[in-house]
Write a protein that binds this ligand. Structure first.
Ligand SMILES: [Zn+2]
Length: 195
């Protein structure tokens, strides 16, 4: 009775809220322009919080200082991450080892057992073009909540499909569509990382 199961999930998703603990890690070495900082905290981040809130996912946010070390020829070292949270590292640019020199606005990955989104403040943006360029924070956090974080980005069309899926869901949130799937994903995400 797939229909019955679906109705059950919908009923559960409709009631109550799911809380996802998010920890901001503010890179103390980041060199950011004041207008980018203002735009990020004044517009881009609140838009992402509202996106999640309107589908019943509340982000319980804490913040602390940290650091993104970028040793030459070696994997970057991120300090200040917190266990059991979705870590959102706010820095000036994504280390070249992780964005492949593409100047990305954000990346999301598992880093030493931590779920981590990293946002480059100068490149981050709010919702721009439906299905193509959605809020950087919403986009990256959806990768984590929808489970993409647990595997490396697949090459070719599978990787592209994953990007399209996240942008489609983000567009649904932007337009105020009831995205119960996000809540189910968020519940599972936190369920798997609690404790
Ligand atoms: Zn993406």
């Amino acid at each position: 009775m797939a229909g019955g199961l679906l109705a059950g999930v919908r009923a559960w998703a409709a009631g109550g809220e799911v809380v996802v603990p998010v920890h901001h890690v503010l890179d103390r070495r980041a060199a950011c322009r004041a207008r980018h900082v203002r735009d990020f905290w004044g517009r881009i981040w609140p838009q992402a919080v509202a996106d999640f809130a309107q589908c019943g996912v509340r982000l319980a946010v804490t913040s602390g200082e940290g650091e993104v070390e970028r040793p030459a020829w070696r994997t970057p070292v991120v300090q200040g991450l917190r266990r059991g949270c979705l870590n959102v590292v706010v820095t000036d640019r994504i280390p070249v080892q992780w964005d492949g020199g593409r100047g990305l606005a954000g990346v999301t990955a598992m880093y030493r057992g931590h779920a981590m989104c990293m946002i480059a403040i100068a490149r981050a943006h709010g919702h721009r073009i439906p299905f193509v360029a959605t809020n950087t924070c919403t986009h990256e956090m959806l990768h984590a909540v929808l489970g993409d974080v647990f595997e490396n980005r697949p090459a070719g069309w599978r990787g592209q499909a994953r990007e399209s899926r996240v942008d489609a869901v983000a567009t649904g949130l932007w337009w105020g569509g009831g995205m119960a799937g996000v809540k189910v994903g968020a519940g599972g995400f936190w369920g798997g990382w609690g404790g």
